[in-house]
Design a protein around this ligand. Structure first.
Ligand SMILES: CCCCCCCCCCCCC/C=C/C(=O)SCCNC(=O)CCNC(=O)[C@H](O)C(C)(C)COP(=O)(O)OP(=O)(O)OC[C@H]1O[C@@H](n2cnc3c(N)ncnc32)[C@H](O)[C@@H]1OP(=O)(O)O
Length: 716
C-alpha cells in the first residue's frame, strides 16, 4: 500500500509500504493512485514528494505478480497520471530505484537521491524491457547513447553516476526526503512543461542509425539467443525516431511479446533461484536461519596454482588478511609476482574504493597457525590432500575451519584425518576463482552447521552465489557433467565431429561447446581422474566396455598423442601454438576419428542437431534427477543456480531442471527411454523422473515439496 500525509507548508508526502523492497504490487499501485488523487484534490497541497518506507524507494514491479493475472491499477497509466499532475512532484530516492521504481521516478518532475542510492533499469535481466515508459523517457532525459548502455545491460548505477548522467537533479549525504520536501516547496507554482520527459525530444548523436546498428550487433553477439536485449534496442530505436505516443505503442508491443515468453519465465525463475539457494538447509535440520556463521578476518590458502591464486584474490578483495602458502619455491615466486597485480586489476574492475586485505606469502605451512579458516587448493590428488589435512589439523589452533577446494574428491575422507571433522567442508570454486560467481559448499555427515554457515557467509562476502550440496563424487556440477561429456564422446564414435557437437550446444546458448571447453580446461584433467578410477592406464585393456559400461577411449587416446588442448596448441581443435585461443578444425582429428571408427568396426552415420542436444542435455538432466533423489541437492533451484553460475548454462533457459520442466517431463522420459541402453546407465531414467511423470508432471516450483513427501512415504 501507500500512505498519504500532508506536511506543514503544503507538501503532500506519499510513502510506499511493501517490505522488503517496496515493490509495486497491486496494493501499492492502488495506494499511489488514491494518494495522487488526494493530493490533486486538496487545494492546500501545492507540491508532492514520493518516497519509500524504511529507506528504500522502490525495487520495481512486483516480479511475483508476473506469474498470475495482473490485478489492480495498471502501472503505465498510473505513471502517466503522475507526470500529468499540475503540482510539482519529486521522487525522494533512498536505497534503490530499480525497474518500475525508476520508471516511477522518471514520471516525477524532479529526482533527488541519497548518495548511497542505486538506480537502474534491470528489466532486461528478467527477460523484459522497461515497459512502463522507461524505454521512452530515459533516452529523452539522458540521451540515446547512455540510455542504450543502461537499458541493454540492466546495470545498476550509483547516485554519483546517475547525477553525472542527468538522471538525478540533486544528491545528498543527509536525508533525501527532507531535501526533496524543501526542494518542492521552493519550486511550487513554477511551470512544469520542461519537466515532463514525455514531451521532450530524444537527444541523439548525428550517426544515430549506425550507432543503433552497432549496438544491435554487439547485443546479438553477447546475448547468445536472448530476446530481451534485442527488444530493448528496438524500443530505443523507436524512442529515437518516433513521437512519444508511437514510441509507447512500440514499447507495449515489444513488452507483450517478451512478457509471455519462456525466456522471461526462465529469467524470473533464475532471479528467485539465486535467492532460494541462500536459504540453505541440510538433511540434519540445520538451516540458514538457525545456524550461526563465524566472521572470518584471517584466512590462509594452501597451494598457489591457478585456483589458489584466484581464491587469494577473492578473499583479499573482501578485506580479509590472507596467508598464501606454496611449498614449491618457483611457484611461490611466480605467485608473489602475479597475485598482487591480479588483485589490483580486479579491485579496479570492481571500482573498489576500500583497500583490499593484506596478503603475505610463505613457503611454510606453520605460518597458518593463527588464521581462522584455511582453504586447501593443492593438486587434485587424494593422498596429497590427506597429508595436507593431517598437517593442518596439527598446526592450526583448535576451532580453525578447514576447507578444501577439491572439485569432486571425498570430503568425509579428508575430515576423517583431522581432529575436528565437524569443522571440515568443501569450498569448490570455479576458475577463475576471483571472477566466477559459483561456490559449491560441500557438507559431509559430520560437517557442523557452523562450518556450513561460515563457508556460505564467506561466499556471500566474496560476492559468490553459494550453494550447499552433499558429498558425492563430483558433487553436483561435475557429477552432472560426467554423463554430458560421455554422450559427447559417444557421438564422436557414431559419426559426429567435435565442431558439430559444439555448434549444437553453442546454438542452444552455451558460451562454449563441450569440446572447446575441454580444450580450454585441459584434457589431462579428466585423464588423471579416469586413471585414478582404473578406467585407463597401463594394464587396462583397450575395449569400448569398461567396468561393465560403455566407455569411449577417445579422450585418453588424444592425451596419449600429446593433445592436451589449448596449452599444447592441439586438442579437439588446433590452435596457433601452445596457449592459442582461436579454435580451428583439425584434419588430424578427422583422420583420427575415421581410423578409430574403422578399428572398432563403427560406421559413421549422420547425426541431427536434435539428437546431439537430447543426448548431451537429457543425460545431464537425468543425473540432476538422481542428485535430487539422493538429496545431494536440496531442490531443483540449487542445481539450476550451479549450472547458470558455474557451467555457462544460458540464464535465459533457467537451468537444466527448469529446462526439463519447459520441455515436458514426459518427453524427457520418453527420449531417455529411446536413447537408453543397458550398458549406458546414465541414460536409464531416474526413479524421481518416473514418479514425477506418474504424478502428472508438477511444475518445477513444486518438486521440492513432492520430493519431501515421497521421501516421507519412502518412495524414493
Ligand atoms: C497479455 C500480455 C500483456 C503484456 C503487457 C504487460 C504489461 C505489463 C507492464 C508492466 C511493466 C512493468 C515494467 C517494470 C518491470 C519491473 O520493474 S521488473 C523488476 C525490476 N526490478 C528488479 O529487477 C530489482 C530486483 N531486485 C533486486 O535486484 C534486489 O532484490 C534488490 C532490490 C537490489 C535488493 O537486494 P538485497 O537487499 O540483496 O535483497 P534480496 O535478497 O535480493 O531481496 C529481498 C527480498 O525481496 C524480494 N524482491 C526483490 N525485488 C523484488 C521485486 N521487484 N519483486 C518481488 N520481490 C522482490 C526478493 O525475492 C527477496 O525475497 P525473498 O526471496 O522472499 O527473501
Amino acid at each position: 500500500m501507500a500512505t498519504y500525509s500532508r506536511l506543514p507548508g503544503s507538501v503532500a508526502l506519499i510513502t510506499l509500504h511493501n517490505p522488503p523492497v517496496n515493490a509495486l504490487s497491486a496494493a501499492v499501485r492502488q495506494g499511489i493512485v488514491d494518494a495522487v488523487q488526494r493530493a490533486l484534490k486538496d487545494p492546500k497541497v501545492t507540491s508532492v514528494v514520493i518516497c519509500g518506507q524504511n529507506g528504500k524507494f522502490c525495487g520495481g514491479a512486483d516480479i511475483r505478480e508476473f506469474a498470475g493475472p495482473m490485478l489492480g491499477p495498471p502501472l503505465v497509466p498510473m505513471i502517466h497520471a503522475i507526470e500529468a499532475v499540475d503540482k510539482p512532484v519529486a521522487a525522494a530516492i533512498e536505497g534503490v530505484a530499480l525497474g518500475g521504481g525508476l520508471e516511477l521516478a522518471l514520471a516525477c518532475h524532479y529526482r533527488i537521491a541519497h548518495s548511497k542510492a542505486v538506480l537502474g533499469l534491470p528489466e532486461v535481466t528478467l527477460g523484459l524491457l522497461p515497459g512502463a515508459g522507461g524505454s521512452q523517457r530515459l533516452p529523452r532525459l539522458i540521451g540515446l547513447t547512455a540510455a542504450l548502455d543502461l537499458i541493454t545491460t540492466g546495470r545498476h548505477v550509483s547516485a554519483a553516476e546517475a547525477l553525472k548522467l542527468g538522471v538525478l537533479d540533486q544528491v545528498t549525504d543527509s536525508n533525501a526526503v527532507d531535501l526533496a520536501v524543501e526542494f518542492v516547496r521552493s519550486v511550487a507554482g513554477q511551470p512544469l512543461d520542461s519537466r515532463r520527459l514525455s514531451t521532450l525530444p530524444c537527444p541523439c548523436p548525428p550517426d544515430v542509425d549506425s550507432l543503433l546498428d552497432k549496438v544491435m550487433s554487439k547485443v546479438r553477439q553477447r546475448s547468445r539467443g536472448a530476446l530481451a536485449p534485442v527488444a530493448c534496442v528496438r524500443a530505443l530505436r523507436a524512442a529515437a525516431s518516433l513521437p512519444y505516443a508511437q514510441g509507447m505503442e512500440k514499447e507495449r508491443e515489444l513488452m507483450a511479446t517478451l512478457f509471455n515468453s519462456g525466456q522471461a519465465r526462465a529469467l524470473q525463475y533464475a532471479f528467485f533461484s539465486q535467492r532460494v539457494v541462500g536459504k540453505w538447509s541440510l538433511p540434519s535440520g540445520a538451516r540458514w536461519d538457525n545456524s550461526t556463521a563465524r566472521i572470518i578476518s584471517k584466512a590462509a590458502v594452501i597451494g598457489l596454482g591457478t585456483m589458489g591464486r584466484g581464491i587469494v584474490v577473492a578473499l583479499a578483495l573482501t578485506g580479509i588478511s590472507v596467508v598464501a602458502v606454496e611449498t614449491q619455491e618457483k611457484q611461490l615466486a611466480e605467485a608473489s609476482r602475479v597475485v598482487p597485480a591480479m588483485l589490483q586489476r580486479e579491485a579496479g574492475r570492481r571500482r573498489l574504493a576500500t583497500p583490499p586485505g593484506v596478503i603475505s606469502f610463505s613457503s611454510n605451512l606453520q605460518d597458518v597457525s593463527e588464521v581462522e579458516l584455511v582453504i586447501e587448493a593443492v593438486f587434485e590428488d587424494m593422498s596429497l590432500k590427506l597429508q595436507v589435512f593431517k598437517h593442518l589439523s596439527s598446526v592450526c589452533r583448535p576451532g580453525t575451519l578447514l576447507c578444501s577446494n577439491t572439485s569432486g574428491l571425498d570430503i568425509d575422507q579428508l575430515a576423517a584425518v583431522t581432529q575436528s571433522p565437524g569443522l571440515v567442508v568443501g569450498m569448490h570454486f570455479f576458475a577463475p576463482a576471483h571472477v566466477m560467481k559459483l561456490l559449491e559448499v560441500v557438507y559431509g555427515p559430520r560437517s557442523s552447521p557452523e562450518a556450513v554457515a561460515t563457508a556460505m557467509q564467506l561466499g556471500k562476502r566474496m560476492g559468490k552465489v553459494g550453494v550447499a550440496v552433499g558429498n558425492c563424487p563430483g558433487f553436483v556440477g561435475n557429477r552432472m557433467l560426467k554423463p554430458y561429456l560421455e554422450q559427447a564422446n559417444f557421438l564422436l564414435e557414431e559419426g559426429a565431429t567435435p565442431r558439430q557437437v559444439d555448434e549444437a550446444l553453442e546454438e542452444f546458448g552455451f558460451p562454449m561447446g563441450v569440446f572447446r571447453m575441454s580444450d580450454l580446461s585441459g584434457l589431462d584433467v579428466g585423464w588423471r581422474i579416469r586413471k585414478e578410477a582404473g578406467l585407463t592406464g597401463p594394464g587396462v585393456e583397450s575395449t569400448r566396455t569398461r567396468q561393465g559400461r560403455r566407455y569411449s577411449p577417445l579422450p585418453d587416446q588424444m592425451c596419449e598423442a600429446g593433445r592436451l588442448g589449448q596449452k599444447t596448441g592441439k586438442g579437439w581443435y588446433q590452435y596457433d601454438g601452445p596457449g592459442g585461443r582461436v579454435a580451428r578444425s583439425d584434419p588430424w582429428v578427422h583422420i583420427f576419428l575415421e581410423t578409430y571408427r574403422a578399428e572398432h568396426g563403427l560406421v559413421a552415420r549422420s547425426i541431427t542437431l536434435e539428437e546431439i542436444l537430447e543426448r548431451c542435455l537429457y543425460a545431464l538432466i537425468n543425473e540432476g534427477f538422481n542428485i535430487l533423489q539422493d538429496a545431494v541437492a536440496a531442490g531443483p533451484e540449487d542445481i539450476d543456480a550451479i549450472y547458470v553460475f558455474g557451467y555457462g548454462w544460458p540464464r535465459h533457459r533457467g537451468g537444466p531442471m527448469f529446462h526439463a520442466d519447459q520441455v515436458g517431463l514426459g518427453r524427457i522420459l520418453q527420449r531417455l527411454n529411446q536413447h537408453s541402453h543397458p550398458d549406458v546407465p546414465h541414460l536409464k531414467p531416474s526413479t524421481l523422473l518416473r514418479r514425477l511423470v506418474a504424478a502428472g508432471s508438477p511444475p518445477v516450483q513444486k518438486w521440492r515439496e513432492f520430493i519431501n513427501k515421497e521421501r516421507v512415504h519412502s518412495q524414493l
